[in-house]
Write a protein that binds this ligand. Structure first.
Ligand code: HEC
Ligand code: HEC
Ligand code: HEC
Ligand code: HEC
Ligand code: HEC
Ligand code: HEC
Ligand code: HEC
Ligand code: HEC
Length: 424
């Protein structure tokens, strides 16, 4: 450390980079390096910074950050956040168009030559082009799972009434703030396409000139609520209080999101665009809305306990693979405080140890949400959803999404027998 300080006097940038490397190695092998503060106090209090127009000159872009944080940049570049919105490339190793423009469809009235940007690639792909000089979203989308064109009506969005005519669906008004970085709604420009470093860490010009922990937002040093706000600014269905924009204009990482955005909440016993009757996910992009209901949040678990924003190694950027139960086993298991209390996995699930029916996420993160088509998006309340819910309201449940050939009554009998104490 002392050597680094001396080096800093001579060559601050080099020392800064070495310090990062040093800290990373030190964290891996020894315990007595200064740990993150026990109670997560924000290094800076960006929440206190008054709202002002976004100043794009304060942004430097991922390339600049990579000069000193190369491994973070390489990991991030391999995530979905880095490939959300791209120029259309039809063929070759860098193809971005997943949709088949040769497939005829009554829903599609545009050709690939009309497309300026392609949006998304995992579940569905939408397309942006220009009409009278304005970037607008075309009214047809491609379902990746079903490999077919579908209408994109916008009917499930709260802004539908104001934008029944698709030619009024401006990218900058309705989409860009959640798919790009440093978006200025007035000038209709961005500093970077995609969800880049500064979407989550705030503008980084000052930090890049003189790297200090207190001139950049580190979510790990924020309170759970302020840290989650960053993810919720895009992953929570909702509405801004006073604008007709569909994204939280003016919000910056570290600020209090509720000043810019009101997340939708489930209404007891009612089905809405976002939720089933029981509050579980009815569509995609409600991870925030549903996780806010979970028991885990009350135990201070947050998005980043399961998701790593700088690694695309596993499906959905999880820190460990989820399909093998490894992710959940980080904190759960027979001998762990967080439960389940049963002696073995099979005792808990009533399926064989290696059965698909013993996969934590299939019962506790059931695919209840519609993305392009139904049953694609995983519910984030983490509740087991009883077949009783299907019998009462027709909501999908955690048994019949797999046992599709059986009735919910069939499943409920086993649930009552297997989990007699369960109230569900
Ligand atoms: C010139 C090198 C350099 C550049 C460019 C740079 N950083 Fe850093 N960064 C550092 C150093 C050095 C530290 C450690 C600072 C310390 O602990 O004193 C750091 C720390 C951080 C931290 C952790 C802060 C904390 O709470 O400990 C984050 C987050 C971060 N940088 C993000 C970024 C982002 C995002 C960018 C681009 C916008 C960026 N950095 C650009 C050198 C740099
Ligand atoms: C989608 C949000 C998001 C994006 C995009 C993102 N980060 Fe982070 N970053 C985080 C979060 C959250 C943490 C805190 C992780 C934790 O809780 O341990 C973090 C932590 C860091 C740290 C501190 C060291 C560490 O790993 O804990 C550095 C440095 C960093 N990020 C750099 C970058 C750089 C450089 C980029 C762009 C190439 C980037 N980040 C993109 C969310 C993001
Ligand atoms: C600026 C908006 C924005 C922010 C902030 C943001 N995300 Fe995202 N996130 C998106 C978008 C858009 C996608 C879809 C990307 C795609 O499909 O290419 C996405 C996708 C994801 C995915 C799915 C990736 C996959 O491989 O399918 C996860 C997981 C995720 N985000 C977690 C987080 C977490 C955790 C945070 C907070 C630390 C966060 N995001 C912050 C906009 C954002
Ligand atoms: C409030 C933030 C927000 C707004 C506004 C928003 N999106 Fe997204 N979008 C997201 C997030 C977050 C995801 C990824 C999470 C998910 O799908 O569950 C996503 C996912 C998508 C996907 C699927 C990506 C994939 O890889 O399959 C497409 C396509 C998409 N959005 C297009 C649009 C279009 C077009 C608009 C404007 C009409 C729009 N979005 C408005 C945040 C937003
Ligand atoms: C970082 C630690 C951590 C990880 C990873 C984690 N959990 Fe949890 N989980 C907890 C804690 C802590 C509790 C609260 C336990 C208690 O009640 O004392 C909890 C509670 C739960 C509960 C009980 C909810 C209730 O209603 O009582 C379920 C179900 C659950 N987790 C499912 C999962 C699943 C599925 C995964 C993997 C996708 C997972 N957890 C991953 C820490 C974690
Ligand atoms: C076949 C479905 C199924 C699978 C697979 C499953 N669970 Fe459960 N789990 C349940 C049911 C049902 C309950 C009781 C729910 C209730 O009472 O609301 C439950 C309850 C829990 C609880 C609450 C505490 C307790 O002991 O009741 C935790 C924690 C939990 N499960 C974690 C896990 C983890 C971790 C995995 C994967 C290793 C897993 N579950 C796999 C169905 C399942
Ligand atoms: C306890 C662990 C855990 C927590 C906490 C958690 N997730 Fe997830 N998330 C997962 C798992 C597991 C998957 C599915 C991974 C897979 O398919 O292999 C997932 C999937 C996703 C996806 C991809 C969409 C889908 O339906 O598969 C997004 C986006 C996402 N999470 C965002 C978030 C956000 C935002 C938060 C916080 C509000 C959050 N997650 C909290 C475990 C978690
Ligand atoms: C992810 C898929 C999956 C989920 C979720 C699931 N199962 Fe199964 N289930 C299976 C498979 C596969 C088998 C075949 C035997 C085995 O592999 O254990 C099975 C076997 C069974 C059997 C015995 C064979 C039969 O068909 O009579 C019953 C009963 C059963 N499951 C009930 C349930 C109930 C009740 C739930 C909800 C609590 C449930 N399963 C959730 C996949 C699943």
């Amino acid at each position: 450390m002392r050597k680094l300080k001396r080096l800093a006097a001579i060559h601050p940038m080099l020392a800064a980079c070495l310090l990062v490397v040093f800290l990373e190695i030190a964290w891996a092998v020894v315990d007595d390096v200064p740990a993150a503060p026990a109670s997560p106090v924000p290094a800076a209090s960006p929440a206190d910074i008054p709202v002002r127009a976004l100043d794009q000159s304060e942004y430097v872009g991922a390339k600049k950050c990579a000069e000193c944080h190369q491994s973070h940049q390489e990991g991030w570049a391999n995530t979905a956040h880095a490939r959300m919105i791209r120029v259309p490339v039809v063929d070759g190793p860098h193809a971005t168009v997943v949709a088949d423009f040769k497939q005829p469809s009554e829903h599609r009235h545009f050709e690939i030559k009309d497309v300026k940007w392609v949006v998304g690639s995992r579940w569905k792909q939408r397309f942006i082009g220009e009409v009278d000089g304005m970037e607008v979203v075309f009214p047809a989308q491609w379902s990746v799972r079903d490999k077919k064109w579908m209408p994109y009506t916008g009917k499930s969005d709260w802004w539908y009434e104001q934008h029944k005519d698709w030619k009024t669906r401006s990218n900058f008004q309705l989409c860009a703030g959640c798919h790009s970085t440093g978006v200025n709604d007035q000038t209709k420009t961005w500093t970077e396409l995609n969800i880049s470093c500064e979407s989550c860490h705030g503008p980084g010009k000052a930090h890049s000139a003189i790297p200090k922990p207190d001139n950049i937002v580190n979510p790990a040093r924020l309170t759970t609520e302020r840290s989650m706000d960053i993810c919720l600014s895009c992953h929570q269905a909702g509405k801004p209080p006073n604008t007709t924009y569909a994204w939280p204009v003016g919000y910056q990482p570290g600020m209090e999101l509720s000043k810019f955005w009101t997340g939708f909440k489930p209404e007891e016993g009612r089905q809405t665009a976002e939720f089933w009757h029981n509050g579980t996910a009815h569509k995609n992009r409600v991870q925030g809305n549903t996780f806010l209901q979970s028991v885990m949040l009350r135990h201070d678990i947050q998005c980043t306990n399961c998701h790593d924003m700088h690694s695309g190694t596993y499906t959905a950027m999880t820190i460990k693979p989820a399909a093998s139960n490894a992710l959940c086993y980080t904190c759960h298991g027979p001998k762990k405080d967080a439960g389940p209390a049963d002696a073995t996995l099979a005792d808990h699930t009533h399926h064989g140890e290696f059965s698909k029916g013993s996969s934590c996420i299939e019962c506790h993160m059931t695919k209840t949400g519609e993305n392009a088509v139904t049953n694609e998006a995983r519910n984030h309340t983490f509740d087991f959803i009883s077949p009783a819910s299907t019998i009462a309201n027709g909501d999908p449940n955690s048994c019949n999404t797999c046992h599709a050939d059986k009735t919910p009554e069939w499943a409920l009998d086993f649930v009552k027998k297997w989990w007699p104490k369960s109230e569900k």
